[in-house]
Design a protein around this ligand. Structure first.
Ligand SMILES: *[C@@H]1O[C@H](CO)[C@@H](O)[C@H](O)[C@H]1NC(C)=O
Ligand SMILES: *[C@@H]1O[C@H](CO)[C@@H](O)[C@H](O)[C@H]1NC(C)=O
Length: 310
């Protein structure tokens, strides 16, 4: 009996070392909200082109990404938010070796290192796709929300990035991340709730460069679910904005966001039977949003125009 429980305890740890995985709820459940005790990743997308990545650096899983190998951008990244840690930006970019060859190691690695093992990198974006494209490598799981320095370092993988309009990235989206961090701190962490975030994009019709390999998102969105110690959802919400020159970002309830994203995704993905997208498996519907009825982040805070990618 004792031996069995030791084995059971060790099992999840060893599974965490696989990078491209079959099931988030088995391999890296810690990055997803657990409303009503159920590990609840977003639902809706099916098919071989989509891969689940437990984003691993130095043998530690730091967050999770659901990746589209055809459009070569993530659909979403999921993480737990524990407060602002003031991490240093490394700007050392990685890619995912296991998207090219399942036998390669569990850790994200630099493109040049992967090229020593793989002749053609076909299932993900590479640095050249973004070079001179006039788009930022926009982070989904943001550096700014990272739970530790190593987590911050791990956000610099192209599998966590999608082409983002630079003024949107450094303007409205940046302010949304900042506003969200404040409200997660005040309404979740400071009152003893645990905060889970999913951030994603909707692919648009265009690609980086003409007939390029990488789709440009039409929208960026983000959603959060805060749970109490009994796994009851107490607070949730979402934001969405168009990926264009400093377009506004709008607040939504999780329920409305599920409906809107289902419509938006249906326009780009025609052949997924019975497609219905849900952010937290449809379980974090709360109508308790004291704050942001009017967010639409229109504050006049100065925008740092230095060459950064959020
Ligand atoms: C919350 O749900 C997770 C996932 O099922 C479980 O591991 C944890 O024990 C639950 N917490 C409580 C207090 O039931
Ligand atoms: C990469 O994509 C190719 C072409 O779609 C596919 O045949 C191959 O299995 C993929 N590699 C991995 C490791 O998923």
């Amino acid at each position: 009996m004792k031996l069995l429980s030791v084995v059971l305890l060790l099992l999840p740890l060893s599974l965490c070392l696989a990078e491209v995985v079959n099931d988030f709820t088995q391999s890296c459940p810690g990055f997803f909200a657990t409303p009503n005790d159920v590990v609840s990743p977003p639902t809706g997308f099916t098919g071989d082109r989509f891969k689940r990545i437990c984003q691993t650096l130095k043998n530690e899983a730091e967050f999770a990404t659901f990746y589209d190998t055809t459009y070569r951008i993530p659909i979403y990244s999921a993480y737990s938010f524990t407060g602002l840690k003031k991490c240093v930006r490394t700007d050392k970019w990685y890619i995912e070796p296991q998207l090219e060859n399942g036998k390669l190691g569990p850790n994200m690695d630099t493109e040049s290192a992967v090229r020593k093992e793989v002749v053609d990198i076909v299932n993900q974006s590479v640095n050249a796709d973004y070079a001179e494209s006039r788009y930022d490598r926009g982070h989904l799981a943001p550096v700014f929300h990272a739970a530790s320095q190593s987590c911050s370092d791990a956000t610099f993988t192209l599998t966590n990035a999608a082409p983002q309009n630079p003024s949107f990235n450094r303007g409205q989206w940046r302010r949304t991340e900042s506003h969200m961090a404040d409200s997660l701190k005040n309404y979740c962490i400071n009152v003893g709730l645990r905060a889970f975030v999913v951030t994603g994009v909707v692919p648009g019709p265009d690609t980086l460069k003409k007939q390029g390999r990488v789709r440009i998102p039409s929208h960026f969105w983000t959603a959060f679910c805060c749970l109490d110690n009994n796994n009851i959802s107490k607070h949730s919400g979402a934001y969405i904005g168009e990926n264009d020159h400093d377009r506004p970002v709008y607040p939504r309830s999780v329920k409305d966001m599920d409906i809107e994203l289902t419509e938006l995704y249906s326009k780009q993905f025609h052949n997924i039977p019975g497609f219905r997208f849900t952010l937290f498996s449809g379980k974090c519907y709360t109508e308790t949003e004291p704050m942001e009825k009017q967010l639409v982040v229109k504050s006049a805070k100065s925008v740092n125009q230095s060459n950064i990618e959020l």
